[in-house]
Design a protein. Sequence first.
Length: 120
Amino acid sequence: MGLGAHIGMWDVALVALNCLTRPTAFAVFTILALGSSAHAADPAFGQYLAGECVTCHRADGENKGIPAIVGWPEDQFVAVMKSYKDKDRPNDVMQNIAGKLNSDEMAALAAYYGSLKAKK
C-alpha cells in the first residue's frame, strides 16, 4: 500500500497550508473547517427562506391568531423548529415545514427573525 492511501483530506490540506502565508493559511483552514455551514446563520439567507413563513406569520410581529416569531432569540427559534421537525410539538403544518429544513436553514431563519424588531 502506497503512502497516498494513508493521507486523508486534512493531511493534504495541512501540507498545502504550509505553502501559504499565515493569514491566507488561516482563512483557508477556517473555510475547510466550516464546510457547508459557512452561511448557516446568514440573515440574508434566512430572509430568502422566509417566503413560506410569512404566509402565516406576520412580518410586523403582530400575533393575530398565529404566534409572532419576529425578534425571537436564535437558540429558542432553532429549538422550537427542531421540536416540530422531530414531531415533539403538535402542529401538522409546522411539522411539515420544519421537516423540510436542515440545521443550516433553521439557523439562517433564526438569524433573520432574530434580527427583526416587532413594530409597535
